[in-house]
Ligand binder design. Structure first.
Ligand code: FES
Length: 93
């Protein structure tokens, strides 16, 4: 799973850093634990302004998860998407 978190000024002011911290924490503390999902890979990237805030107002923070754009992304929403994908991957194995 590839996640791109925008760290442009608008997104950073609206909490992008806490999303990144939570994703990194999730990756290190849960997803790498034995028995959780050894094949699930979480690729976290940061990007400068993704341009979404130039098109529409009040969309920050912006996070892209496997090509799906989340406006006004919350930590909880992104964690939920990642965990659902991680555990779905287990159930389909
Ligand atoms: S600063 Fe994040 S989309 Fe522009």
């Amino acid at each position: 799973m590839k996640i791109v978190v925008c760290v442009g000024s608008n997104c950073t002011m609206m909490g992008a850093d806490s999303i990144i911290a939570s994703l990194e924490n999730l990756k290190e503390t849960i997803l790498k634990k034995e028995g959780v999902n050894p094949v699930f890979d979480l690729d976290i990237e940061i990007a400068r302004c993704l341009g979404e805030c130039k098109i529409k107002k009040a969309v920050s923070p912006v996070v892209v998860v496997d090509g799906v754009i989340y406006h006004n992304a919350s930590r909880e929403e992104i964690m939920s998407v990642v965990l659902d994908a991680a555990f779905d991957n287990i159930l389909t194995k």
